[in-house]
Structures are given as structure tokens and as C-alpha cells.
Design a protein around this ligand. Structure first.
Ligand code: COA
Length: 260
């Protein structure tokens, strides 16, 4: 049996690849469960700094829900699937490492929602993104209405959700849906890994503190967010890595961070 989702380690980086190119890497029940398993496995590893999620082949990152499977599902199975999106994919927003979607082609419906669950997004210049659900008589059900509105604002999120239009990489960049667009001739995965080198090689306590503090801005009050920022700063201040960074600066060399 072919693997639905592949997991590969590259030092402190995990690469997770949706691997059903014949179905445009669409999300089946089994692939959502496998993503959940991968999330639980990665949560055990405190050395992990970055997780890149991408799709196999050069056409699709993910074409959303597996519509062929969906045709044979009962309404209660679909409800279970909606719960599974939340329980099995939520780790992409909640882990101690940075998650990044490297969008290698179309990201439609649940595919775009999956990318929105990640902390960051990159794509190839030919990528197409969209939320076609309302045209299918449903709404985005994997967090898309909430995450897109928080990311780009209610008005822009309504435009994309209600009109179902597919947007180009350039528009996605201008809206702030993706952080980086890479030339089609380059591998979006390799370009993304290069872009994130400073994260993978940076001071672990500082990287984690910045990640958790900025993420908190999405849901906490300003006062609570400022408290968290202070707590995270204090952790950095007490770390050996902070002293090492100052020493390295004075000695004009690269710091050697130990995560302590
Ligand atoms: N679920 C299951 N299979 C899918 C799929 C999906 N979401 N999207 C594409 N596929 C399958 C197609 O059925 C086709 O398989 P087949 O040849 O065995 O029928 C194969 O992937 C290739 O798709 P095809 O449409 O021929 O390729 P394309 O390059 O012309 O178009 C897409 C690609 C992704 C733009 C187009 O398939 C599409 O719009 N898919 C539906 C996306 C969608 O609405 N997702 C939201 C779900 S809520």
C-alpha cells in the first residue's frame, strides 16, 4: 500500500509530504488520521525546530477534501471528518516548532485551509489558491473562515469565501496569505528550507519564545499578550544562549547555540 503522507527528517527540520498526486493530494479520512499520527510523533521530539508541509508532484499542494470519498460518506461520517480536521490537524498551529506550508501547486478548499493552519506559507509562482466550498453548497469546515479572516481581515476573507474565485500567487502575496513566492523553476520545498535556515539554526529558546508570543496576538488581549512576551523574554534573559550571543558578537564570530 502506498503511504498517504510521508515523513522525512532533515536534522532539526521535518518534511511532511501529502502523497496522493493521482488525486491531487486530496484529504481522505485516512490521510487526515495519518497527519494526526505524524503530529503526535513530532510532538515527542524537542529538537525539532521547523515542520514543512508540502505536496507530491508539481500540480497540487492539496485539492481539498477527497470528493470521491465524500460521495460515499454518510452525513454523520462527514461530521466526524469535520471534528477530525480540528483534532488531527490542530498541531500545525499549536506546536513548539514553526509549521510552514510549501504550496507546490493548487491549494483549494481544505487544501488552502490546511495551509492556513500553518504558521507560515510559501508557494510557487504558478500556484492557485481558493475556497470553492460555497459553490458546492457547503462552507469551509477546516478552520478556513476563522483563520483567513484573522489573517487578512473580514472583508477580504468574505470576498474569497463568497465569490469562490481562485487567486494567483501574486495576489496571495499582496493579500498576505503567503509570505514568499518562489520561481517555478526552483523547488518550492528547497527554497522554503533555505528561507527558514535562520529559524532552524537560531537560538531555540528565543525562537520558541517569539513564536508563542506572536501567535498569542491572534487570540489574547493586549495585556495578556504583553505578559506572555515578558515571560518569554525573561526565559531568554536567563539562558546561556543569550550570553553566548553577546560574547560571539564581541569576538566577531558566529554564536554556537545550545538551547540552554
Ligand atoms: N478529490 C478527489 N479527487 C480529486 C480532487 C478532489 N478534491 N481534485 C482532483 N481530483 C482528481 C480528479 O478527479 C482526477 O482524477 P480522475 O482522472 O481519476 O478523475 C485527478 O485528480 C486530476 O484532476 P483533474 O481535474 O483532471 O486535473 P486538472 O489539472 O484539470 O484540475 C483541479 C485540477 C484541482 C483544479 C481540479 O481537479 C479541481 O478543481 N478539483 C476540485 C477542487 C475542489 O473543489 N476542492 C474543494 C473541495 S471542498
Amino acid at each position: 500500500m502506498t503511504e498517504l503522507v510521508r515523513l522525512e527528517r532533515r536534522a532539526s527540520i521535518a518534511v511532511v509530504t501529502l502523497d496522493r498526486p493521482e488525486r491531487m493530494n486530496a484529504l481522505s479520512w485516512a490521510s487526515v488520521q495519518r497527519l494526526g499520527e505524524i503530529g503526535r510523533e513530532l510532538a515527542q521530539d524537542s529538537t525539532l525546530r521547523v515542520c514543512v508541509l508540502t505536496g507530491a508532484g508539481d500540480k497540487a499542494f492539496c485539492a481539498g477534501a477527497d470528493l470521491k470519498e465524500r460521495q460515499g460518506m454518510s452525513r454523520s461520517q462527514v461530521r466526524e471528518m469535520l471534528s477530525a480536521y480540528r483534532s488531527e490537524l490542530g498541531w500545525l498551529s499549536n506546536s513548539d516548532f514553526v509549521s510552514v506550508a510549501a504550496i507546490n501547486g493548487v491549494a483549494l478548499g481544505g487544501g488552502l485551509e490546511l495551509a492556513l493552519t500553518c504558521d507560515l506559507r510559501s508557494c510557487t509562482e504558478l500556484a492557485l489558491l481558493g475556497l470553492p466550498e460555497t459553490g458546492l453548497g457547503i462552507i469551509p469546515g477546516a478552520g478556513g473562515t476563522q483563520r483567513l479572516a484573522r489573517l487578512i481581515g473580514v472583508s477580504r476573507a468574505l470576498d474569497l469565501t463568497l465569490t469562490q474565485r481562485r487567486i494567483s500567487a501574486a495576489e496571495a502575496l499582496s493579500l498576505g496569505i503567503v509570505n514568499r513566492v518562489f520561481p517555478e523553476a526552483d523547488s518550492v520545498l528547497e527554497s522554503t528550507l533555505k528561507w527558514l535556515e535562520p529559524v532552524a539554526q537560531g537560538a531555540p529558546i528565543a525562537q520558541r519564545g517569539a513564536l508563542l508570543s506572536v501567535r498569542a496576538a491572534q487570540h489574547s488581549s493586549l495585556e495578556a499578550g504583553l505578559d506572555l512576551e515578558r515571560e518569554m523574554y525573561d526565559r531568554c534573559l536567563d539562558s546561556a544562549d543569550r550570553d553566548e550571543a553577546l560574547r560571539a558578537l564581541a569576538e566577531k564570530r558566529k554564536p554556537q547555540f545550545q538551547g540552554k
